[in-house]
Design a protein around this ligand. Structure first.
Ligand code: APR
Ligand code: ZN
Length: 231
């Protein structure tokens, strides 16, 4: 499979659906201590607090809807299924609910649980994980299927493979605080960043920068992708 376009998204893609980003003002990291609820150490110290954190995010996810940007990405993926790789740092299911196929989640998925004994992963949807047990081995040692700081992100290998073959690199709604977006953009002649807030140090690495909400920026991105693929 030779991909030619990657659309990589972060929390900013889901902001207009009502899900908080992490590092914007009023973001999740202003409400929670990230190391308490999203790190291996925090999980070991207080698994119940971490479980409650993900339960709350799952319950909120059920109440929100995909936005226009999710829908346009799904349309582009449907029109160019072999050319466009859709990769996200987001753990929400809004791209899938917008109809997008083959979404690669680099940091896991909020709507799944994982067994710490046998590794089984299964769909929990928007329910609490309280009292649940593994559907395969029956173990009660289950956890959220979201990658925490301090543990490996299994899909990063896939990201590297796809990234090496693409020519057009598009980022929507990410500050680049976790993935090395600056250096990734420098490897590609054609790179587009669509963030709401200017971040000069990140912006200057990209060939094209769109400082708009994702639901507006996606129209410019759609035109760039179609022009590039129809060249
Ligand atoms: N439209 C487009 N971009 C937006 C919007 C919007 N409506 N609202 C905010 N943004 C942009 C901000 O400008 C910022 O650059 O989204 C970005 C959000 O950055 P972060 O909150 O850092 O989110 P993200 O980059 O996805 O974080 C990466 O960090 O905490 C970990 O695992 C977590 O996957 C997450 C990773
Ligand atoms: Zn199990």
């Amino acid at each position: 499979m030779m991909w030619s376009v990657m659309i990589l998204s972060g929390a900013g893609l889901s902001a207009e659906s009502g899900l908080k980003t992490f590092r914007d003002s009023d973001g999740l990291w202003e409400e929670y201590d990230v190391m308490e609820v999203c790190s291996v150490e925090g999980f070991a110290k207080d698994p119940k607090k971490v479980g409650d954190f993900y339960d709350a995010r799952r319950a909120q996810l059920e109440r929100v809807e995909p936005n226009f940007a999710h829908k346009k990405i799904a349309e582009l993926k449907e029109k160019y299924p072999r050319e466009i790789s859709v990769v996200t740092q987001n753990v929400d299911d809004l791209l899938e609910r917008a109809g997008c196929k083959e979404v690669i989640h680099l940091h896991g998925t909020l709507t799944d649980l994982r067994c710490e004994v046998c590794g089984n992963i299964w769909k929990v949807g928007y329910e609490s994980q309280e009292g649940k047990s593994c559907q395969k081995c029956g173990s009660k040692k289950i956890r959220h299927n979201v990658v925490m700081f301090g543990e490996p992100a299994p899909m990063y290998g896939y990201l590297d493979d796809v990234f090496s073959s693409i020519e057009l690199f598009i980022v929507i709604g990410s500050s680049g605080n976790v993935l090395p977006l600056k250096s990734m953009a420098k490897y590609k002649e054609k790179s587009v960043l669509n963030n709401l807030h200017p971040e000069p140090d990140l912006d200057r690495s990209f060939q094209t920068v769109i400082h708009k909400k994702a639901s507006e920026g996606i129209l410019e991105i759609e035109k760039m992708v179609k022009d590039f693929l129809c060249e």
